[in-house]
Ligand binder design. Sequence first.
Ligand SMILES: [Zn+2]
Length: 134
Amino acid sequence: MSDNSPPGLDVPESAVAKPFWDGTREKKLVLQWCPECDRSVHYPREMCPRCMTTDLVWRELSGRGVVYAFTVQHFSAVADVPVPFVIALVDLDEGARLMSNIVGCAPTGVSVGMPVSVAWHPLADGRALPMFSK
Ligand SMILES: [Zn+2]
């Protein structure tokens, strides 16, 4: 983990998102998938926002993608979160777009279109946050 990774974070968990968080315990990026639309559904929810089916399944994704957009955060409201750090929208190869952090490189090394892969930031309770690195 790089020096610009946030330390322990208090991350809530909801019932509908439990499979996502269970996957993070095994460092697997698992997102909802709509078999009717053949597309990912993210954030986790009870029904597909496109076709309204409630028959969503969970699918492990590759964890690979590209940076769609990013910003560099130079100030933190939390005293023990080191700055600067990168907040990014990552387009996964399977079509989902996640907001996350880019870690493992200086913020000046991040660019739109940069290929990235998932890098896990461990949480105190055994779960992990999916972040991304080159
Ligand atoms: Zn659907």
